[in-house]
Design a protein around this ligand. Structure first.
Ligand SMILES: Nc1ncnc2c1ncn2[C@@H]1O[C@H](COP(=O)(O)OP(=O)(O)O)[C@@H](O)[C@H]1O
Ligand SMILES: [Mg+2]
Length: 353
């Protein structure tokens, strides 16, 4: 076959393979967009495990009518413009890829009205082809509707699980984001039934309990640290960890926020597990939510399109800081004998390839 440039629609579908794995990935991207738009309240409703329909409505700043076609174009973003911006990302999104990718594997519409405008507008995309922008009545904010996910990608559809399983993953994604942003109200309605309802709060502890369950409140210990990394950059931690008796059989018990973003990170997970070493069985995972705030230029979130993996510039220091903070909390609760106070040097370095 001769070498040819791929058609745009196919390029977007290939890119979508990395960003849009399942309905939960769509929910994640749309909710993160709502957060970047400054939303105070985000409502997600899904049908058929998100495969039939996902609607994410927010009360954020909205998208101007004349920018709607750009919003769904690939590599179009309002969030970064130079490689300097890329070096210190302060928003959830930055790749300008999500809406284009989702639109290439579904039927998508965006209805939006910007603050200060007296009318809204709507654009629809079907099979990668965008409609004209038409006027539409709507409140300030944005509603993105995604129907028939993967209708044109049978290979992807085959890998989807039952609607119930997909819904579970959507719930999990929404809760991880909600843990990071207690100041935002979140709701998830599935097939007409409310599954998650989290009012906004200024009390991070309340949000953690609302997500992880009030029943474990008694068993939670507060973790805090306010220190500096090598070079003097500040790093602060706040979190709640469960007493060893609350440890669970699955790794889902460990959740992390990094600068307001829900992340899955081995350095952080290892640090918490290490702090609990000797207190929980090796096969079990302690319950923990830890939020880390640090200079965004000291952590790279541009590792994978899904942006849940990160790379720290000083992983050993971050690891040490988290492990010490958790150890301190365990010690304050008399759960760690004082002679284990100083961890062995070898345990400070996580096994990261
Ligand atoms: N809910 C929303 N409210 C306001 N603007 C939005 C919303 N969703 C998307 N946008 C706009 O569309 C652009 C493209 O979104 P997306 O494809 O997710 O890329 P990214 O988030 O990486 O910029 C965003 O940069 C933003 O300007
Ligand atoms: Mg985005």
């Amino acid at each position: 076959m001769p070498i040819r440039l791929l058609p745009r629609q196919l390029v977007d579908q290939i890119a979508a393979g990395e960003v849009v794995e399942r309905p939960a990935s769509v929910v994640k991207e749309l909710v993160e967009n709502a957060i970047d738009a400054g939303a105070q309240r985000i409502e997600v409703s899904v049908e058929g495990g998100g495969v039939d329909r996902i609607v994410v409505a927010d009360d954020g700043g909205g998208i101007a009518a004349d920018e709607l076609p750009l919003a769904i174009a690939s590599h179009a973003t309002s969030k970064i413009f130079s490689s300097d911006d890329l070096a210190a990302i302060g928003t959830m999104g930055f790749r300008g890829e999500a809406l284009a990718s989702i639109a290439s594997v579904s039927r998508l519409s965006i209805t939006s009205r910007v603050t200060g405008s007296d009318a809204g507008a709507r654009i629809e995309v079907d099979g990668g082809v965008a409609s004209e922008v038409r006027p539409a009545g709507c409140p300030v904010g944005t509603v993105v509707e995604v129907r028939q996910l993967f209708h044109n990608v049978p290979a992807r559809r085959k890998f989807l699980r039952t609607a119930g399983t997909e819904l579970g993953r959507i719930e999990e994604v929404l809760e991880s984001i909600a843990l990071c942003r207690p100041d935002v109200a979140f709701r998830l309605v599935a097939d007409g039934k409310t599954r998650v309802d989290l009012p906004a709060t200024t009390d991070a502890r309340r949000r953690v309990l609302a997500v992880l369950g009030e029943s474990i409140a008694e068993g939670l210990l507060e973790v805090t640290a306010d220190t500096v990394l090598e070079g003097g950059a500040p790093i602060t931690l706040w979190g709640l960890v469960g007493r060893p008796s609350l440890a669970r059989g699955s790794g889902r018990a460990l959740r992390f926020a990094l600068n307001g973003r829900a992340v899955l990170d081995r350095t952080l997970a290892h640090a918490v597990k290490e702090a609990f070493r000797g207190l929980v069985d090796p096969g079990r995972t302690p319950i923990a939510f830890v939020a880390v705030e640090m200079d965004p230029s000291l952590v790279d979130v541009n590792v994978h399109p899904a942006k849940t993996e990160v790379r720290f510039r000083q992983p050993n220091f971050v690891h040490q800081c988290v492990m010490r903070a958790v150890r301190d909390a365990l010690r304050a609760a008399d759960l760690v004998p004082s002679f284990t106070l100083m961890p062995h040097a070898h345990s400070l370095v996580p096994a990261i390839p």
